[in-house]
Design a protein around this ligand. Structure first.
Ligand code: NAP
Ligand code: MN
Length: 262
């Protein structure tokens, strides 16, 4: 089996990463950054997001596992003092795979630029550089509302505990193949009206965001920020691809929610 260990880059994460590499090599696993079967991220949830984006082209062949060197994470749920146990699990036992849904984002342009496709593990957000965002929100091809406000956030179930939660979105169990749209400070008056509640869309219910005015948009996909001066639309739906996590012991989602927030 081939592995890659990705560190957040701080002192503690680097030392722990090197220990994991040494252990795995003692068990005769091969380091291979290009085509790993398993990727161990050491740091926080942000480190796992980075590891995920490094391998979006081979999600079918890569399983992820996260060790946290700070607080308990949603993706990084192994403690530093458990790494010996984790390494033995990786080397000795065929591990179980748990798959989580992803968000597909397609950005189309008003000029000749070809469309861009992204996968998000947490979410995609859209804001303007200056002033409020005014966008038509279409669901399954029908105009649903015209949004005016700070921005919109479309998240995956596993991303529902991140930015989405701060916006008052619901926490969704990652076994549900769906995406959630949450508003950022919508303007509601006699002229502009939005539904106000977060919406949960099932598979194949595409959400299309179309700017009303030409503007420069700031789009985020997980930890990346994109500048979009020529954006015609953003299309969001549940992706066909899924992310695969290596599971060596049960750590139920609701337990992670409780231990992180309560
Ligand atoms: P960051 O600024 O370090 O992330 C903000 C916090 O979100 C960190 O504590 C991070 O955990 C945590 N986080 C990431 N994914 C999570 C998840 N699925 N569930 C619960 N918490 C999660 O930046 P980053 O580490 O590069 O992460 C990017 C993410 O930050 C974005 O995808 C977005 O979800 C989140 N964010 C949140 C807000 C907000 O809540 N107002 C605003 C902007 C961005 P770690 O410390 O373990 O990395
Ligand atoms: Mn972080």
């Amino acid at each position: 089996m081939k592995f890659h260990v990705r560190s957040r880059g701080d002192h503690d994460s680097n030392i722990l990463s090197q220990r994991i590499r040494n252990y795995l090599e003692e068990f005769e696993l091969q380091p291979d950054e290009e085509e790993p079967d398993i990727v161990i991220s050491v740091g926080g949830d942000g480190t796992l997001l980075e590891a995920f984006h490094q391998y979006t082209h081979r999600l079918d062949h890569t399983a992820f596992v996260g060790v946290h060197t700070g607080h308990l994470g949603f993706y990084a749920d192994w403690k530093p003092d458990e790494v010996e146990k984790l390494v033995i699990h990786i080397a000795k036992t065929p591990f179980k795979i748990v798959e989580y849904p992803l968000l597909e984002v397609i950005i189309r342009h008003t000029n000749e630029e070809p469309e861009d496709r992204y996968l998000a593990l947490n979410e995609c957000t859209v804001k303007t550089k200056v002033g409020s965002l005014v966008m038509d929100v279409e669901i399954k091809g029908d105009l649903f509302e015209t949004f005016r406000g700070d921005g919109l956030c479309l998240s995956t179930p596993s991303g529902s505990t991140a930015y989405n939660k701060a916006l008052g979105g619901a926490i969704l169990h990652p076994s549900l193949p769906c995406i959630q749209m949450a508003e950022m400070a919508s303007i509601n008056n006699r002229v502009y009206r939005t539904v106000g509640s977060p919406l949960v869309l099932p598979q194949h219910h595409t959400c299309l965001l179309k700017p009303r005015y030409h503007d420069e948009f700031q789009v985020t996909v997980d930890h990346y920020t994109l500048s979009e001066p020529e954006m015609k639309s953003i299309q969001c739906r549940v992706a066909d691809e899924r992310v695969r996590f290596a599971r060596f012991r049960p750590f139920p989602f609701w337990k992670r929610v409780k231990e992180s927030f309560i």
